[in-house]
Write a protein that binds this ligand. Structure first.
Ligand code: FAD
Length: 598
């Protein structure tokens, strides 16, 4: 069972991530509080009542492949069509092609709920939304006219084709070929692997976005172009024509997300798949980055969604299951395991991780919205660089937290967690892909320390740290035990983060090996401290609300307690991570490949 945490989502949107600022920039009348509430409430209902019940069935059934076709699990097709009829695919898409043009923040909040209900279900639309954004930004008007409206509505779905057997994290190695046709189209040849929803029976057409190289392209990533390759050609009147030369050769058998087909796609077996260029020749990677950045945040939201679902399930189990006598329990018989101090700690560890992932993902969405909506070019640039810094953190920290929460959820269930029947194991299996696809955690960390920190002399990171210090001053000014504890951990976390940034700035240029070996610990350090900052801000709002009165006191008190828990149990890890970043290179790099013990 899943229940949408609407109060939590609304609180984070409004008081932590900055929806009011986006609303002002967007137009307060068009984005009234009633509209926001109605959207979130209906998304929560749809996720809980219509998608969530399919999650377990899909896990068992998978997506059988036969004769080149993929069959999605029972109930999937009806649910998908009901979902697109509700306009959910079009929430943040441009109004020029039938979208609702709402802020990314709202779409991300809805996406959390789709993912909590079923990650495998939400994954297909996630990629379609990314394809829509890439086409909106980079495709020629004729291509937009032909394809965008049906992708925006969800009548057709989109895919993302980067990976090849020899080219995963490293797109320099990409081999798929493209040749020019006389009519301005291209012929595409090659094999792509692990293509999510590359083939399925949900929609009549599938629009593949494919990276390939032209014969005269420069080597490396400067020689990659992006093409739109439809499964079926589209006639000028919008009807479907003949089948293109692209087929699914098989699907993968995976640890999790069984409801989502992962396909091997063959392009050009019979003379070439016809494709059309998106953007300019050899500039395809930049266009694909639009889709990838969109998808990186969306995958972070998968981590958040699974974390929430695993938490809800663990909490329900912990209140029901009885074992032993918890210290201090005066009730009859055995205690609910939720009363054992260690289970309480575990549940809080899950709850705090979920809240941090939510705050970071929504804040990233806020920065993306402000990068479009802010009044001046300077402000837009400020928010764009903040979105750039937050994207790898949203992706990597939230997915790590998703896996950790799902694993803790299994632990709360004891032996039953290992038994498929409860569903706790499915959350862990599903979550495990999230730190891998859309750029592994290591690739996010490389992006963070290289492009987002060293290249700009740490400017954006330092601005974020200055904002953290402002929050710290407010927390210190409160002067009670809870807030003093939060302030202590936040102060030492910020100092640890500063030492990590200084180290990177000092070493990246001349000793990239040492900087790189600490990149993942640094990403975690920045993520954990940013999480502590957001939790502190949430606690300050909760305190003000409690003082003002007329609010749900339990909810607000729990916010403060969860923030303190996070400070004591997670934010306190910051100094250890900084130690590893600053001092860990020598030890980590000392062993040669030959010295590893077999
Ligand atoms: C279920 C599933 C769905 C997917 N969906 C899609 C999709 O729709 N479209 C698509 O194009 N791809 C998709 N992928 C592919 C996915 O994005 C890649 O698997 C991922 O990017 C990693 O590439 P790889 O598997 O080749 O691993 P590798 O690149 O071989 O990496 C192996 C290990 O080496 C590390 N590593 C590699 N390079 C570096 C480096 N420079 N610095 C530090 N560490 C490094 C990695 O972090 C990783 O731990 C999907 C994969 C799966 C499993």
């Amino acid at each position: 069972m899943y229940r949408a945490p609407l109060a939590e989502i609304a609180f984070t949107l409004k008081h932590v991530a900055g929806l009011p600022q986006v609303r002002d920039a967007y137009g307060a009348e068009e984005l009234g509080e009633d509209l926001v509430e109605a959207i979130l409430t209906e998304a929560g209902r749809f996720a809980a009542e219509e998608i969530a019940p399919l999650n377990k069935i899909a896990d068992r059934q998978g997506t059988p492949f036969a004769n080149g076709t993929v069959t999605t699990p029972e109930g999937w097709r009806d649910c998908y069509h009901h979902w697109i009829d509700g306009g959910w695919n079009a929430l943040a898409a441009t109004t020029d092609f039938g979208g609702q043009g709402l802020p990314v923040m709202l779409n991300i909040a809805a996406l959390e709920m789709w993912n909590s209900a079923s990650m495998a279900f939400a994954l297909g639309p996630t990629l379609t939304m990314g394809a829509v954004e890439a086409l909106e930004k980079h495709a020629a008007p004729e291509l937009q006219e032909k394809y965008l409206a049906k992708l925006v509505s969800g009548e057709w779905m989109g895919t993302m084709n980067l990976t090849e057997p020899q080219a995963g994290s490293d797109l320099n190695a990409l081999k798929a070929r493209a040749e020019r046709n006389a009519d301005g189209s291209y012929r595409i040849f090659g094999q792509k692997i692990y293509i999510t929803y590359g083939e399925h029976d949900l929609t009549d057409n599938i629009i593949h976005l494919v990276l390939a190289r032209l014969p005269d392209a420069p080597a490396g990533t400067r020689g990659i172009s992006l093409f739109l390759v439809p499964k079926f050609f589209v006639n000028d009147d919008g009807s479907l024509g003949a089948r293109n030369d692209v087929r699914c050769a098989g699907i993968e058998h995976k640890l999790g997300i069984h409801g989502s087909p992962t396909c091997t796609m063959i392009y050009g077996d019979e003379g070439g798949a016809t494709g059309w260029l998106i953007g300019e020749e050899n500039r395809g990677l930049a266009c694909m980055f639009t889709m990838m950045n969109n998808a990186r945040l969306a995958v972070g939201v998968q981590g958040l969604g699974v974390s929430e679902r695993a938490f809800q399930q663990a909490l329900a189990y912990a209140l029901d299951r009885r074992q032993g006598r918890a210290p201090g329990d005066k009730g009859e018989g055995m205690s609910p395991i939720a009363l054992h101090p260690d289970i309480k700690r575990t549940l809080l560890a899950m709850q705090a991780r979920t809240q941090v992932a939510r705050a970071i993902c929504y804040s990233c969405a806020h920065a993306i919205d402000m990068a479009h909506l802010a009044a001046t070019p300077e402000e837009r640039a400020h928010w764009a660089s903040r979105a750039g810094l937050l994207t790898p953190i949203a992706k990597a920290l939230s997915t790590d937290f998703g896996v950790e929460s799902a694993s803790l959820g299994v632990q709360v269930h004891g032996g039953m967690g290992f038994i498929e029947e409860t569903g706790a194991a499915q959350h862990l299996r599903d979550a495990r892909i999230t730190p891998i696809y859309e750029g592994t955690t290591a690739i996010q960390a490389n992006d963070l320390i290289g492009r987002k920190i060293a290249r700009e002399g740490g400017e954006t990171a330092k601005r974020v740290i200055a904002d953290m210090r402002d929050t710290l001053a407010s927390v210190q000014a409160v002067g009670d035990a809870q807030f003093d504890a939060i302030a202590r951990a936040l102060e030492s976390g910020i100092a640890a983060l500063e030492s990590g940034v200084d180290y990177l700035l000092a070493t990246y240029k001349d000793d990239i090996k040492s900087a790189s070996v600490g990149s993942v610990p640094f990403l975690k350090l920045l993520g954990i401290v940013a999480g502590g900052w957001q939790m502190a801000r949430a606690a300050l709002v909760a305190r003000t609300k409690l003082e003002q009165g007329g609010v749900d006191e339990q909810f607000m008190q729990a916010k403060i307690v969860t923030s303190r828990f996070y400070a004591d149990h997670v934010l306190s890890q910051a100094s250890g991570l900084a130690y590893a970043v600053v001092n860990g290179a020598a030890g980590a790099l000392a062993l040669s490949e030959e010295q590893f013990q077999f």
